[in-house]
Design a binder for this molecule. Structure first.
Ligand code: RRO
Length: 294
């Protein structure tokens, strides 16, 4: 699959509606990823759902989304516009079991270019990480979705495991087409005056600056062990951050927290910064994918 550039919108930010996806496509993202969509509407957790930290964001949104039937109506309205910009759409989906994953995947398939299995949300009981920490569940869900759709299927991995390669191996056996790494890292923030956790869910997922070295290591290990394309995500704010992930083995990157930190034109800025680096080094993007392994 070819993309106009390697800097994509990550799931979870500005992907809640068709029009926000369209806006991010207009801002120059090579691909835009939907908020994770499930079978039924879900209000998510109560506020507070986000804590702003100087090292990133801590969130426990709780998978809020309108359900796949309503969401595809949104995609219906914007997909032609997004296609004309030559921006690809990645559909992030979740479910509590194989059947739910299959149903959502089948419904969303015709609206997206690639499906991203969210088996890695760190704070949704019975969903997300509960699947992505278990090699057998990861395997069976990936296999079932792969059998049900013809678009490529990537799996988004959680770093909250002791052996990520065991999970990746199970997914490769289930014929996953590629990896998205990483989802957020489990964490907590406490309001010391209120003397209790800030998030209504108590704990959540840390994104942004702090998690970049964790993501780069996961991408490095995946590249070292498997021959599958990798989309790197976690703490990418600049072209230099993106290049680190690419040198570790990512062919493309996703940007989430930095959309909030640097603004909507972050995609253009990061692309320019990558370009400048490649010109200075007299290299092409494909020359540096995985170069840190040589
Ligand atoms: O909605 C969320 O709370 C959420 C999800 Br689905 C996810 O995959 N990762 C995250 O940090 N938050």
């Amino acid at each position: 699959m070819k993309f106009k550039n390697p800097v994509f919108l990550a799931s979870g930010i500005m992907g809640e509606t068709g029009s926000s996806l369209k806006r991010m496509a207009k801002e120059g993202a090579g691909a835009v990823t939907t908020k994770s969509i499930g079978l039924n509407p879900n209000p998510g957790h109560k506020n507070p759902t986000i804590v702003e930290l100087d090292i990133g964001l801590l969130n426990a949104m709780g998978l809020p989304n309108p359900g796949v039937n309503s969401y595809i109506e949104e995609l219906e309205e914007v997909r032609d516009f997004i296609k004309k910009l030559d921006t690809k759409i990645i559909g992030s989906i979740y479910g509590k079991n194989e059947e739910e994953f299959i149903e959502v995947a089948k419904k969303i398939e015709e609206y997206v270019d690639l499906i991203e299995l969210n088996i890695s949300c760190p704070h949704a009981k019975g969903y997300g990480m509960a699947i992505g920490q278990d090699p057998d569940l990861s395997h069976s869900i990936c296999k079932a979705v792969k059998k049900s759709v013809s678009v490529p299927v990537f799996a988004k991995l959680t770093p909250n495991v002791s052996n990520i390669l065991e999970i990746a191996e199970a997914l490769v056996e289930a014929k996953v087409d590629g990896f998205v790494a990483i989802n957020t890292v489990r964490g907590m923030a406490i309001d010391i005056r209120a003397k209790k956790p800030i998030l209504s869910n108590k704990f959540g997922g840390l994104s942004g600056k702090a998690i970049k070295p964790i993501g780069v290591k996961v991408v490095y290990d995946l590249y070292e062990n498997f021959d599958k394309p990798i989309i790197g995500v976690g703490g990418i704010y600049t072209g230099e951050d993106a290049i680190e992930y690419i040198m570790a083995g990512a062919s493309a990157v996703q940007v989430g927290t930095a959309v909030y930190v640097r603004g909507y034109d972050v995609f253009k800025k990061i692309c320019e910064e990558i370009k400048k680096f490649l010109e200075e080094e007299n290299l092409k993007l494909k020359d540096i994918i995985g170069i840190a392994h040589e």
